[in-house]
Design a protein around this ligand. Structure first.
Ligand SMILES: *Cc1c(COP(=O)(O)O)cnc(C)c1O
Length: 418
């Protein structure tokens, strides 16, 4: 028995029969066929037709010349980071990170996998605050960062919750400073900005097939680029950097980061359903927007020139409708107030009835791991902290029915009851 069941605001609401997820894998049957195909041909390894197929298909879909299938989006980000670092600063000695003594500008409000590869390579992260139009890296803050740190040559940027950031402005600023961009499109596969797919804007792009993404392989990721030598290098590094020799010959540091042909089979089976998933996610977003029209909340915004995949639907609560709330490093408390609510109360209420929401990704500059890193904001604001304080992600599973979503909407509404 949870407290919400005894709370008169929620009278008459029954729990979901089955747990309603934030975003869970949605299989269609073809995935099994391509796994079986790999079994039949005994390509149970990190090579095979499924891998070749998805590399070609995804490169074509995004408009890139090359795509390399890897074990995860994080692995793809790591190799992209090392490649970019070596291009800019040269090959490091063994035992040294490719970014040692170097600063890198990074999105602040993102999942830590976006930024950790900078640390893998011993670089120093400088976090750039978020804008309010798409919840991504603020070009104004980026411009300011270049004034403070004019020598920076590398930027890593994510498209949060599938929503494309201001890539035209960011590209212009990067070019003006001769900086390379690594574009983390892990959450935004299928989204476009000015008619171009995300993953196409960076010097290198990355997508992910983690279990909760818009399409999945259960795990897996992909590195995207246009230069054939770059693609070759990533293939080589991802398979332990073996030289062309009769024995194991090594001139460069290597990794075991290649995708399995079984995983690629799942991705291959999912690919034809990308657009369908995007359409379902969009419908979910619009249903929430309609359902919350008269509540003191706002949906996560997107830019007029963009078409987002609406991977996750999120809201922020208007400042005047926030009840008193306090967050420590690992827990949160709040004081329930008539007509007001807060992310923790809404998430607790959803959880009590069997639905999974999630707080906004906690900004990197607020993470104990990166507490000593610089954070560049526009004139004393902290947009990321504000969105984190007032925002949350709602159940956005493509299998969610309209009736289930209406109940989610009703639970959120009741949180604001008087
Ligand atoms: C999921 C995700 C990643 C990491 O992808 P994995 O395939 O899980 O390693 C990186 N960046 C962002 C923004 C993500 O959401």
């Amino acid at each position: 028995m949870n407290v919400f069941c005894k709370d008169s605001r929620f009278s008459g609401i029954e729990s979901f029969e089955e747990k309603l997820w934030l975003a869970s894998p949605t299989m269609h049957g073809e995935e099994q066929k391509w796994i079986n195909d790999a079994f039949q041909k005994n390509w149970i390894t990190t090579a095979g037709e499924n891998i070749d197929f998805i590399e070609a298909e995804i490169a074509k879909k995004i408009g890139r010349k090359h795509a390399v299938a890897l074990s995860s989006g994080t692995a793809a980000l790591h190799l992209a980071m090392r490649l970019a670092a070596e291009k800019i600063y040269g090959v490091p000695q063994v035992g040294h990170g490719a970014l040692e003594g170097r600063k890198v500008f990074a999105s602040d409000m993102t999942f830590d996998a976006t930024v950790n590869p900078v640390s893998f390579e011993s670089g120093e992260l400088i976090f750039i605050d978020t804008e309010t139009d798409s919840w991504n890296m603020d070009p104004v803050a980026l411009r300011k960062a270049f004034e403070i740190y004019p020598d920076v040559k590398l930027i890593v940027i994510a498209h949060l919750y599938g929503t494309p950031g201001k890539m035209d402005e960011i590209r212009e600023i990067a070019d003006a400073h001769g900086a390379l961009i690594i574009e983390d499109a892990a959450e935004s596969f299928g989204s476009t900005f000015n008619g171009m797919q995300t993953g196409l804007f960076g010097d290198y792009g990355v997508i992910s097939f983690n279990g909760n993404k818009i399409i999945t392989g259960s795990s897996g990721g992909m590195f995207l680029c246009d230069d054939e030598e770059d693609a070759k290098k990533i293939r080589k590094w991802s398979t332990q950097s073996r030289e062309d020799a009769p024995w194991y010959q090594h001139e460069e540091l290597g990794y075991n980061y290649r995708m399995s042909n079984l995983i690629a089979g799942v991705v291959r089976g999912q690919l034809p359903y990308l657009e369908e998933h995007v359409a379902l996610k969009r419908a979910i977003y619009e249903r929430y927007a309609e359902g919350f029209k008269d509540l003191p909340v706002k949906m996560n915004p997107y830019l007029s020139g963009s078409k987002t995949n609406h991977w996750l639907s999120c809201i922020t609560i208007d400042p005047e409708a926030m009840c008193e709330t306090r967050r420590s490093d690992k827990s949160a408390t709040y004081v329930s107030e008539p007509g007001k609510s807060c992310p923790t109360e809404i998430l607790d209420a959803l959880c009590a009835f069997g639905a999974e929401g999630r707080p906004i990704w906690k900004p990197m500059h607020m993470q104990p791991l990166y507490k000593n890193n610089s954070f560049v904001t526009v004139s004393g604001k902290d947009v990321g902290a504000d969105i984190f304080a007032r925002g949350l992600c709602l159940p956005s599973d493509v299998k969610m029915t309209a009736a289930q979503q209406d109940k989610v909407i009703e639970i959120v509404r009741r949180c604001f009851d008087r």
